[in-house]
Design a binder for this molecule. Sequence first.
Ligand code: NI
Ligand code: MN
Length: 238
Amino acid sequence: MKWLGETKVTWLGHATVLIQTGKGTNILIDPFIEQNPKYPTDFQLPDQIHYCLLTHGHGDHTADAVTVAARHGATVVAIYELAAYMQAKGASQTIGMNLGGSVRLDDVTATMVEAKHSAGIQDEQGTHYVGVAAGYVLSVADGPVLYHAGDTAVFSDMKLIADLYHPQLAMLPIGGHFTMGPSEAAMAAKLLSPKAILPLHFGTFPPLKGTPEELAKLIGPEVFVVRVEPGRALTSGN
Ligand code: NI
Ligand code: MN
C-alpha cells in the first residue's frame, strides 16, 4: 500500500490498532489487550505510546487504557465525559474532545466523527454515562488519512466523512451482532470510497460472525479488503 508512505498500521485483534508515523508518533486506538483472545501475545508494543485514542466506553475498547497510559506514558484522547472518567481512574494526561472537533497530536490531526452505537462504561459501581460513541479520522502530515470507525452501524453521513477528509484506509467493524456486518460494511465502502478496508471487530467472540472474505465478495475488486494476521504491520511495501 504505497500511499501509506512512512506510516505503519498494525491491527492487534478486535478493534485495537497501532498507528506509527514516519516522524515517530505512536498512537494506539482502543486498547484491548489482556482479555483480547485475538491479541498477538508475542507482539511488543513500542516503549513509548504518545496517544491512546478511545472510540467509546465499552470494555472491549477501553479495558487497558489506564495501564497503557501508565506504562507507555500515553495521553488518553476520548470524548469529553469518557476522558474525565479515565482521568478519575488514573490516566494522568487526558484530552477531552467532542464530535466534529479536531486536535493536533504532533504530526497527526485527529478529528472525532460520528458513530452509531451505545456508549456506557461498566465498573463495580454500575454503568456510567461517558458520552456517545465516536470514530476518528487521523490525517498524518505528509501522509495518509486513516479512518477508524469505532463500533458502528452504517450511516449515510459516512459520505460526509469521505467528502471532508478523503480517507484512504477505512478501518471498519464487520462482525455483526454489536456492529454492522459485511453487507452493511459493503455499503459503508460505497459511501467512503477508500483505497483499502481493514476489517475490525470480527471473530473475537462467537457472535461476531462476519468475515473479510464475505466483505470482499460483496464489494468486488475496486476496494482492497485487507486480510492480515493480528500483529503484522501494513506498510507502503505490502
Ligand atoms: Ni461497543
Ligand atoms: Mn465493541
